[in-house]
Design a protein around this ligand. Structure first.
Ligand SMILES: [Zn+2]
Length: 211
């Protein structure tokens, strides 16, 4: 399993390209503002075909380039809960995003639910619904390889904000506790912001400072 990461846009959002091995299919996770060229290069240099774009949640910085992939015929997938923001991406925090021109939305080709498994070659990414930062936040966990794409649930040294429209600190605490309970300690995490590849065990004490 290979996870390539890059960081793009006004709030340094991580975009990932996930694949089993070069020459196969890939998932593009959270296409951030200005990520398209890097994603294309990563696909091309590894001989990959994009199977789908997967958004960890519907916040503007994570979905702003979904429409570019949709226009190329690549299906866009996301978990249920943030469909409204997928259809009409909303940069609802001008302090963070300024006032960009309207971002075209997409119709989801697949709406994922708790427990769904996304297959990519021999990889099996299990979707865990982890609301709090937004209603439709999901973790995509590959148990066999010990990797988890965690969106803005938990960072290497902190947790996602819960002061946005639709956020819930109460749900956030439950979701954090769940991943700390369920993911084996050595699972490497790939968050929506900041460093990736640290273990959930190393991230947990930092997250606990906000719980
Ligand atoms: Zn977010």
């Amino acid at each position: 399993m290979v996870i390539k990461g890059g960081t793009f846009g006004p709030v340094a959002t991580n975009t990932y390209v996930v694949f089993e091995e070069p020459g196969g299919e890939a998932l593009v996770i959270d296409p951030a503002a200005g990520s398209e060229k890097w994603v294309l290069h990563t696909l091309e240099s590894n001989g990959l075909t994009p199977a789908a774009v997967l958004a960890t949640h519907g916040h503007w910085d994570h979905v702003v380039e979904c429409h570019l992939w949709d226009a190329r015929g690549v299906p866009v997938w996301a978990g249920t809960g943030d469909e409204d923001w997928m259809r009409a991406p909303a940069p609802f925090n001008p302090a963070l995003f300024g006032n960009p021109p309207p971002t075209p939305g997409v119709e989801l080709a697949r709406v994922l639910h708790e427990g769904d498994v996304v297959e990519l070659g021999a990889l099996r990414l299990r979707m865990m619904h982890t609301p709090g930062h937004s209603p439709g936040c999901y973790v995509a966990w590959e148990e066999t390889h010990g990797e988890a794409i965690v969106g803005d649930l938990v960072f290497a040294q902190g947790i996602g904000r819960t002061d946005f429209p639709g956020s819930s600190h109460h749900h956030m605490l439950r979701s954090l506790q769940r991943v700390f309970d369920e993911l084996p300690k050595q699972t490497r995490i790939y968050p929506g912001h900041g460093p990736w590849g640290v273990t959930i065990e190393d991230a947990e004490p930092w997250a606990r400072m906000f719980m």
